[in-house]
Design a protein around this ligand. Structure first.
Ligand SMILES: [Zn+2]
Length: 85
């Protein structure tokens, strides 16, 4: 089993994912805007964690919306159901 997960991290300053880093990733610098991450990969992942959280929240909301629309279309012609927007 290959459980390796590839995570693409983005520079929070310029949004690109082009980095120059030390072998052990304790120091990372963005190749585009030259921002330095003295905390290395940990610091960079911290910034990206927020993006991951936001993405998850947005996806969850989208799923809810889709579910609501599916329900609404199913019961559209049923007078016993009313939907508030
Ligand atoms: Zn950058």
């Amino acid at each position: 089993m290959d459980n390796k997960i590839t995570v693409t991290v983005f520079c929070p300053t310029c949004g690109l994912s082009d980095f120059n880093h030390k072998e052990d990733e304790t120091y990372i610098q963005c190749n585009n805007c030259k921002r330095e991450y003295l905390g290395g990969i940990d610091e960079l992942l911290e910034y990206n964690q927020q993006q991951v959280d936001d993405g998850t929240a947005a996806l969850g909301q989208k799923l809810l919306d889709d579910f609501g629309k599916t329900l609404e279309s199913k019961f559209r012609n049923n007078k016993n159901f009313k939907f508030k927007r």
